[in-house]
Structures are given as C-alpha cells and as structure tokens.
Design a protein around this ligand. Structure first.
Ligand code: SAM
Length: 238
C-alpha cells in the first residue's frame, strides 16, 4: 500500500517512519510512504503557499494553486489515489474507516496548517475529509500519522501476528480484556487465577466476559453494534 503525504513540514515524519512496526514494514516494502513538500509546488522565489483570507480575519490559508499542482502531479501517477484532507471539520476517523481505507491501494494525506486550505480545493479536489477528534491541532501532520498507523495495522503482514490485530479493541466491536504478564504476584497484586489454570475454554470465557464488562462500563455505545452471542447477552443482563 502506498501513502503520499503532502505537508509543509516534511521533517515532521522523519522519526515516526523509522521506528517500530511502521519502520519495519517500510523496510520490508509492505508499505511505501512518500513525503512531499507542498512548497516544491509553489512557483515564486519565496516558495509561497499561503495568503490572507478574503473578507478579512486572522491567520493565513493555503492558496489553491500549489495545492492543485501538487494534487494533480500525485493523481497523474498510478495507481489512482484516494485523496484525504485531514481537517477538524471532517468525518470522525475510527476503527471501521481505518479498516476500509486499508483496502485502497494508495492514499494521499493532505496536511493543512494555519487556518486551513482554500475552500475550492476542499470542495473539488479532495475525495474525503477526516477528523481525528473534536479538537483543533496546529496542523494535519499528527492526524496524518494517526491515520497512517491505524490503516497500516490492517495491511497484511505489517503486524506479524494478524490474529492480534483482529483481537484488539474495536475489531470485534468490544474493548479488549485486561492482560497480565510475569511475575504472577506484584506488590501483593495477583494475576487472576483463571489465567494460570491452563484451561483454554475458561480463559476464553473469562476474557470475553471482561471485554463485555469493560465495554459496558466505558463505552456502552459500542455494544449497540457489537456482534453478541446469546451467552454474551445473558452475561450483560446479570
Ligand atoms: N480553521 C480551522 C477550523 O476552525 O476548522 C482549523 C485549522 S487548524 C489550526 C490547521 C490544520 O490542522 C487543519 O487544516 C487540519 O489539516 C489540521 N487539523 C486540526 N485539527 C484537526 C483534527 N481534529 N483532525 C484532523 N486534522 C486537524
């Protein structure tokens, strides 16, 4: 899968693209991430990409011409990309969208700065606008990284054990159960006995019930869409 990131701060992505599973996936060629400097698509000697908004007001906006040239150059290359503008006004990004987007061959992630971008680009040259939450960031770079990581996890091979992705929070509609590692006892706090029992069926049931419990307590909204067995429903009624 290919990601093209369009930004005025390409250096922002240097470390995140080198470390952890993302770095490994890039090394192994499972993902390709290309970072493009929007200023390379400006035509004046100062490489200007912003201007004052018509009608007055504070702040600056990305001008349409460099954005248009950059997006046209990216679209001209195969495979045809899906262009996403990261914006607080977009559709709220979530687990389901991450999974859906991972089926695309190529994404362009456009990072705004300042007051955002000229409306004509947003309205006519962007396929989708995504927000990572109800707050305003300085720029779209953090949001682009959030989308990149969440999508990349679903690209086959990126997370070594694919089953673990399918068992993470949200994948089955619930939050994940608590997990423990050695030692068995820490400062007097013990690992639940069932996890040491070696009884696989009991462990699975315990995990499912803890997932249901945590989801009920913290995110009851998720239960509306989760696939629940009659046994799950009986447990939740208790
Ligand atoms: N003036 C804009 C508004 O009120 O909606 C906010 C612009 S913000 C300061 C600058 C850039 O940060 C945006 O163009 C966008 O790319 C990015 N950004 C800010 N908050 C975001 C969020 N919650 N999700 C995704 N991108 C965001």
């Amino acid at each position: 899968m290919i990601f093209d990131i369009l930004t005025i701060f390409p250096e922002y992505f240097e470390s995140p693209l080198r470390v952890g599973l993302l770095g490994k996936a890039l090394e192994r060629g499972l993902l390709k991430v290309r970072v493009h400097n929007l200023r390379d698509f400006a035509t004046d000697k100062h490489r200007t990409v912003d201007d004052k908004p018509f009608g007055g007001g504070e702040g600056m906006l990305f001008k349409p011409e460099p954005l248009y040239r950059a997006l046209e150059a990216l679209r001209a290359e195969p495979p045809s990309p899906w262009v996403i503008y990261l914006s607080p006004q977009g559709r709220r990004f979530n687990h389901r969208l991450a999974r859906e987007l991972s089926r695309k061959e190529r994404l362009v992630l456009l990072c705004g700065r300042y007051e955002g971008i000229d409306e004509r680009i947003r309205a006519h040259f962007v396929d989708e606008e995504l927000s990572i939450g109800d707050y305003v960031l300085f720029g779209g770079e953090v949001a682009a990284l959030v989308v990149l990581e969440a999508v990349a996890r679903w690209v086959p091979g990126v997370v070594g054990c694919e089953d673990s992705v399918k068992r993470d929070s949200f994948a089955e509609g619930l939050l994940k159960h608590p997990q423990y590692t050695r030692p068995r006892e820490f400062l007097g706090y013990r690992v639940p006995e069932v996890l040491l029992s070696g009884d696989h069926a009991r462990v699975e049931r315990w995990r499912r019930e803890r997932s249901l419990e945590i989801t009920f307590e913290r995110r009851p909204d998720l239960l509306r869409e989760a696939r629940l067995s009659p046994e799950d429903r009986a447990f939740l009624r208790e």
